[in-house]
Design a protein around this ligand. Structure first.
Ligand code: FES
Length: 294
């Protein structure tokens, strides 16, 4: 993990309220993995004082064949303006410097026998999934197809469509107001997709999801019913990001962090079976069956 002052390569608005910032940070880029995050100190002022966590959107290093620019040195962060910290970050200028720490957290596990990678994103939850999709294609042993489900309230919440098209993904979009794609919620579209699939012998789909907790909880339920492995990236408020403040704890059924799907149902009242995990240290990526969804 490094703490550095990183040069801002660009900071541009992709859609109303959504920005992508490019950070020149060779040390972090060379160590980072999809699903990890960095902490950014958005201002040198006392307020806001704490660094904020941002999942890594893209890692540009010498192993990334899809990268055409600046091969060795940068990471991209995709973020939504949701409060004072991100408001300040959105005004950061190209050429400026910003204090960052990373890479942090565990990142996604990629199973080599996976034949289909299914990504489910709610709004800016797509951020860590694009870098993951690229990594899966790089590792490609068995993966034959990428399928993406993107959901949002309205069309301006739908991001990264062209990036996933470039990777050859099959894309399903849903918006609650029907302004783009199918009208409704992304998990309904996911269920319909699963029901339309013939599970060919030897096929092995794996789901990766990031977005609002209600969406993740539903995805966890759907995939568990189908006995489909599913990893979720949790977006939780963090203070220290270092495992010290316990501000990001979630309840888990697993002491160690199982990597395989399980069917163990534990009552919320059975406290002796419950373990507390720190999203910043043990996550942010968890097996969906491990989390006790509230
Ligand atoms: Fe402090 Fe996770 S943010 S323990």
């Amino acid at each position: 993990m490094y703490q550095i002052s990183s040069k801002i390569l660009y900071n541009k608005e992709l859609s109303p309220g959504y920005y992508k910032i490019g950070l020149d940070c060779p040390d972090i880029a060379s160590k980072a993995a999809p699903g990890q995050f960095i902490m950014i100190r958005v201002s040198n002022q006392l307020d806001p004082f704490l660094r904020r966590p941002f999942s890594i959107h893209m890692i540009h290093n010498s192993n990334a064949p899809h990268d055409e620019v600046d091969r060795n040195s940068r990471i991209d962060i995709l973020y939504k303006v949701v409060g004072k910290g991100t408001e300040i970050l959105s005004t950061a200028k190209e050429g400026g410097e910003i204090d960052i720490v990373g890479p942090m957290g565990n990142g996604f596990q990629i199973h080599e026998d996976m034949t289909t990678a299914i990504f489910i994103a709610g709004g800016v939850g797509v951020a860590p999934l694009l870098g993951l999709a690229e990594e899966i294609l790089l590792k490609k042993k068995m993966t034959r197809s990428l399928v993406l489900f993107l959901g949002g309230k309205t069309r301006t919440d739908i991001l990264c469509v062209k990036d996933f098209e470039r990777l050859g993904a099959q894309i399903h979009i849903s918006t609650e107001d029907g302004s783009l794609g199918r009208q409704g919620i992304v998990t309904d579209q996911f269920v319909d997709y699963l029901e339309s699939q013939d599970n060919a012998p030897g096929s092995f789909s794996h789901c990766f999801a990031c977005g609002p907790e209600a969406m993740l909880k539903e995805v966890a339920k759907i995939t568990q019913k189908k006995e489909m492995p599913c990893q979720v990236s949790l977006e939780t408020m963090m203070a220290c990001g270092l495992g010290a403040c316990l501000g990001c704890v979630v309840r888990s059924k697993s002491q160690t962090g199982s990597k395989e799907p399980g069917n163990d149902i534990i009552s919320h009242k059975d406290e002796s079976m419950i373990h507390h995990k720190k999203v910043c240290k043990d996550g942010p990526v968890f097996n969906s069956t491990e989390i006790i969804w509230e």
